[in-house]
Design a protein around this ligand. Sequence first.
Ligand SMILES: [Zn+2]
Length: 92
Amino acid sequence: MIRALRMMATCHWSARRIQRYLDSDPAALLDPDEIQRLEAHLAECEKCKAVAAEYRQIDSALSRWAARRMPDPRSVTHMHEVVDRLVRGELR
Ligand SMILES: [Zn+2]
């Protein structure tokens, strides 16, 4: 029970960082401790691994799309918001 709660708390913590981790946004970089903790969690948590894979798919779809036309930063932001809401369970 304690272990499950701790895992849930870590999932919540990770969900808020996965996007920053994958984007490698220089303005919002994770510190090395956070990266280490996140990578350790991704290695043992199927749920967060799936979330990270989803982000990667969306990002590669967006960059393929952006290669064909000028990217609209608002669409990219909107897509990230949709994924954020999916992650938090507000959609579906
Ligand atoms: Zn997790």
